[in-house]
Design a protein around this ligand. Structure first.
Ligand SMILES: C[S@@+](CC[C@H](N)C(=O)[O-])C[C@H]1O[C@@H](n2cnc3c(N)ncnc32)[C@H](O)[C@@H]1O
Length: 342
């Protein structure tokens, strides 16, 4: 499987689209808002740039990327008014893999810019928007061209499924019974990918530039339905999900080992699944739609489209049962970084 070609969220604005099922990710962004705000305000007040270049990496196709941008703009507008400066020229860069539904973003840009102008009034901007298709595990932008990089719930996706010595029979992801060599292969892949990510961003960010990254972190109970005979066993055994949920310690270790960035903040947040889906009764249904919007294209690439309704029906049963019995929560790890050197 070539992750770069296969991975994307469900596009469009339909029932099972990412755009309509990304409330969990929205709530995560809202929870990490103070960290994003502080990083942006520190950056603005140390450089007072006249042109400001901001990139959202793994932006997908929903409104969450606009939420991040408008929060960043709010912080900058507040600070520049306080200091009596003119509004900077904004350049916003939306990045995702080539198969992402960029059209949904582009079609919303007019309305988004109109809302920004309405909110910030005379003297705001101008704003320029660009879509950048490509993997963030490669160079995406010119050297020292960026002031600020944001990425939420994206960098835990790996560039590839690692090479395994031992298979993880009957499962498509790490579970408590996975062989240690399988878990280690995932960690090594994450370490390699995240180090490359840091290296490329350090080349693209200017001195004093900042980056806030949020990962889906460890300690989440992994709810993957055991194969119940719906799908041939060999197909399950030959498929592994290309993502790794790191612990805060692992993030810290890799950032320090790579050496290009200083850590300003490293925080863990927890979002209860019922809060995450804004539902107290129908949480299982909502969470299933959210998972489907994220995972379906990947699953279709291995198992075909026919069984998807049935697979997610089963998933909903398991997840609803689990949510009714125990505390189910997402753990997010957020790190705020500065590139101190030239
Ligand atoms: C769960 S979505 C998060 C979207 C958005 N940031 C949010 O918080 O709602 C993860 C996104 O990361 C993108 N992604 C994964 N690996 C990537 C890579 N190597 N380069 C660029 N984007 C990637 C996926 O295509 C997907 O759109």
């Amino acid at each position: 499987m070539k992750v770069v070609e296969v991975l994307h969220m469900n596009g469009g604005i339909g029932d099972i689209s990412y755009a309509n099922n990304s409330l969990v990710q929205r709530n995560v962004i809202l929870m990490t808002k103070p960290i994003i705000e502080q990083a942006m305000s520190d950056l603005y007040c140390s450089l007072f740039p006249k042109n400001l270049c901001i990139a959202d990496l793994g932006c997908s196709s929903g409104a969450n990327t606009f939420l991040v941008i408008s929060e960043l703009v709010k912080t900058i507008e507040k600070e520049r008014k306080k200091h009596g400066f003119q509004s900077p020229e904004f350049h916003f860069l939306f990045n995702d893999l080539p198969s992402n539904d960029f059209n949904t973003i582009f079609q919303s840009l007019g309305e988004f810019e109109h809302d920004l102008r309405k909110q910030f009034g005379e003297g705001f901007g101008p704003c320029y928007f660009s879509g950048v298709a490509g993997s963030f595990y490669s160079r995406l932008f010119p050297s020292k061209s960026l002031h600020f990089v944001h990425s939420s719930y994206s960098v835990h996706w790996l560039s590839q499924v690692p090479d395994f010595i031992e298979k993880n029979k009957g499962n498509i992801y790490i579970t408590s019974t996975s062989p240690p060599s399988y878990i280690n292969a995932y960690y090594k892949q994450f370490e390699n990918d995240f180090s490359n990510f840091l290296k490329y961003r350090s080349e693209e960010l200017m001195k004093g530039g900042k980056m806030v990254l949020t990962f889906l972190g460890r300690k989440v109970k992994i709810l993957i339905p055991k194969n119940t005979g719906l799908i041939e066993e060999e197909k399950v055994d030959s498929f592994d999900v290309p993502n790794y949920t790191p612990s805060p310690g692992e993030v810290k270790y890799i950032v320090e080992k790579e050496g290009s960035f200083t850590i300003n903040r490293l925080e863990t947040t927890r979002v209860h699944w019922n809060n995450a889906s804004n539902e107290s009764n129908n949480g299982g249904y909502k969470m299933t739609r959210c998972m489907r919007a994220v995972a379906e294209p990947l699953l279709i690439s291995q198992f075909g489209p026919k069984l998807m309704d049935l697979v997610f029906q089963k998933y909903e049963e398991i997840i609803s049962d689990c949510m009714s019995k125990e505390k189910t929560e997402f753990v997010s790890v957020t790190v705020s970084l500065t590139k101190e050197t030239d």
